[in-house]
Design a protein around this ligand. Structure first.
Ligand code: TXA
Ligand code: MG
Length: 325
């Protein structure tokens, strides 16, 4: 990242504009977190309801006290262990943190990203950068600068290109407010790891309190209906739909595709880290084919795949296989 690009991006933030930037998880759509009008613009551009809070990104944990109060020892512990990195902590908000950032809640989401470009941008800017994932509300997150440009065009003032995101799926979110520790969103840092670091079990989120849209059903979704299919049924279902005249795209865990040339077939990496890294680019590629259905082979169900299965089931929520003619 050139010095000139960084200087320009910081100037955009200071002027209340929007800067898309890479993080190790996914690209973020950033604004000065202390500028309410700038934060509101993020919501407009994303088409996101104002009640949904955004994460404030910080250069380092030293800045925690500017944004949170009554910081528990558990937060210090996790910050020491995982920051900079793909972990977001929910804490009681400090006085003065805008309702636009917190969605009017008494808590605030904080994260110190590790991507070098995010680090440089935050260090130069000096303050907090409010940033949700750089995608239209409910849609697939962006893992490259090109995804961001295609998603928003000129609506974003500046896009910093830091290459393809390394992790590929959004950060693990742990809520440490109210004296409890709750896993709000699984991510590449597994819940079990957090439990070991804290020395206590994590609570499951209350069913009636879906405070994080990324934890709602029907999120991370391509435009094309997406269906999860058991591996041994994938080729057969793709063949059946094709015979019915449907255009089918498949995300499989094997190169062994059915003998139907009409089916678009993508073989995903078979390890969880590789699968996650490629997931959103794969979904975008399959969406771009303009099919009637995206069939995704259901990945393994073990611990390493929890966050991936979480995203896939939300991407599939509300989708149904197209009817036979
Ligand atoms: O990896 C990530 O976390 C990426 C990168 C850009 O940092 N960001 C991201 O932001 O995924 P977003 O807005 O797409 O998802 C953040 C989630 C949302 O579901 C939001 O509702 C939740 O965090 N969240 C933010 N503040 C919260 C709060 N105070 N209480 C509960 N959930 C909160
Ligand atoms: Mg998001």
């Amino acid at each position: 990242m050139s010095d000139r690009e960084l200087t320009a991006a910081v100037a955009v933030l200071r002027a209340g504009g929007l800067v898309a930037f890479p993080t190790e998880t996914v690209y973020g759509l950033g604004a000065d977190a202390s500028n309410t009008a700038a934060v509101r613009r993020i919501f407009e551009v994303k088409g996101r309801p104002a009640s949904h809070p955004v994460i404030v990104h910080l250069a380092d944990a030293v800045q925690l006290a500017n944004w949170a109060r009554d910081i528990p020892e558990s937060a210090r512990k996790l910050a020491r262990k995982y920051w900079p990195g793909p972990l977001t902590l929910i804490l009681e908000r400090a006085r003065g943190v805008s309702d636009a950032v917190t969605g009017g809640q008494d808590t605030v989401a904080l994260r110190v990203p590790s991507h070098p470009v995010a680090q440089q941008l935050l260090a130069r800017f000096g303050g907090g950068i409010a940033a949700p994932s750089a995608n239209r509300h409910g849609r697939v997150s962006a893992t490259t600068a090109e995804h961001v440009r295609r998603e928003f065009g000129a609506a974003v003032d500046c896009v910093l290109d830091g290459g393809a995101a390394e992790v590929g799926i959004e950060s693990t979110i742990v809520d440490l407010s109210g004296g409890k520790a709750t896993l709000l969103r699984p991510g590449s840092i597994a819940g079990e790891e957090i439990e070991r670091a804290l020395g206590m079990p994590l609570a499951a989120p209350a069913r009636d309190a879906p405070r994080a849209p990324g934890t709602l059903a029907a999120h991370y979704a391509p435009e094309t209906p997406l269906t999860l299919v058991e591996g041994d049924l994938l080729a057969e279902l793709a063949a059946t739909l094709t015979r019915q005249g449907k255009k089918v795209a498949a995300l499989a865990l094997t190169e062994a595709r059915p003998l139907f040339p009409a089916v678009t077939w993508l073989a995903a990496p078979s390890d969880a880290a590789g699968y996650a890294r490629a997931l959103y680019a794969n979904l975008r590629a399959l969406d771009a084919v303009g099919c009637d259905a995206i069939l995704v082979e259901r990945p393994p169900q073990d611990a390493a795949w929890v966050a991936i299965n979480d995203r896939l089931s939300r991407a599939a929520a509300g989708s149904f296989l197209p009817d036979a003619p």
